[in-house]
Design a binder for this molecule. Structure first.
Ligand code: CA
Length: 221
């Protein structure tokens, strides 16, 4: 049985992880502290480690470094409440393979665990896909598909499609689209929204986006 070491000092989160991983068919060992984790990494030689960075005794980064120094080569997925890029980069440079920021969906963590263990995984669990009608947007790779065929969209076109597709049937005004896609630093009097809508319609099919006279635009999908 594939063994996973869960290093997490918060019992509630540890128990949630343990239950979910066991239900998915993994063997799970829980370490409630960094020092316990270091001992278990040696005695249990886990196949994968899920490591919380915020531990009560040792810093998670120290645990990671000592684990690697001690010869533990198992993939490590970091859990962190810190959303700063610096911590993440430090974690990946320090020998982690992947990271998740709290709060996270268990399904996504499970997908990453399977990916690291080279087990089959449903692609949509890792790469969120937004789909409406015939149009699909892969939000991770920022690729767009119409009827299964890839369509090359520019960054703004992709963002515009996403803004509309996230609100199917809802009418969005030019001002709302401007602020959603271009932010607030754009001249509200410009016709940039209309220009990009016409580009987008040419690429994904004019029928996808409806003009509601005097109000704005809505995704038809
Ligand atoms: Ca913690």
């Amino acid at each position: 049985m594939t063994q996973i070491l869960v290093v997490e000092d918060e019992e509630r989160i540890a128990s949630f992880l343990t239950k979910g991983l066991k239900a998915a068919g993994f063997g799970v060992t829980w370490a409630a502290s960094g020092s316990e984790a270091l001992a278990l990494a040696v005695s249990r030689s886990p196949d994968l480690v899920i490591l919380d960075l915020g531990l009560s005794d040792l810093d998670g980064m120290t645990v990671l470094r000592r684990m690697r120094d001690g010869g533990c080569a198992a993939p490590v997925i970091i859990l962190t409440a810190r959303t700063s890029v610096t911590d993440t980069v430090a974690g990946l440079e320090g020998g982690a393979d992947d990271y998740m920021t709290k709060p996270f969906r268990f399904a996504e963590l499970l997908a990453r665990v399977k990916l690291r263990l080279r087990l089959p995984v449903a692609a949509d669990a890792v790469h969120p896909v937004l789909a409406a009608g015939d149009v699909q947007l892969d939000l991770a790779t920022r690729r767009a598909f119409v009827d299964g065929a890839e369509v090359a969209l520019s960054g703004r076109e992709f963002d515009l499609a996403q803004a509309l597709m996230r609100r199917p049937g809802q009418v969005l005004t030019r001002e709302q689209l401007l602020s959603l896609v271009w932010g607030y630093d754009h001249d509200p009097g410009s016709n940039v929204v209309d220009v990009y809508l016409s580009y987008l319609r040419k690429k994904i099919g004019a029928e996808q986006i409806e003009t509601v006279r005097g109000l704005g635009f809505r995704w038809r999908g």
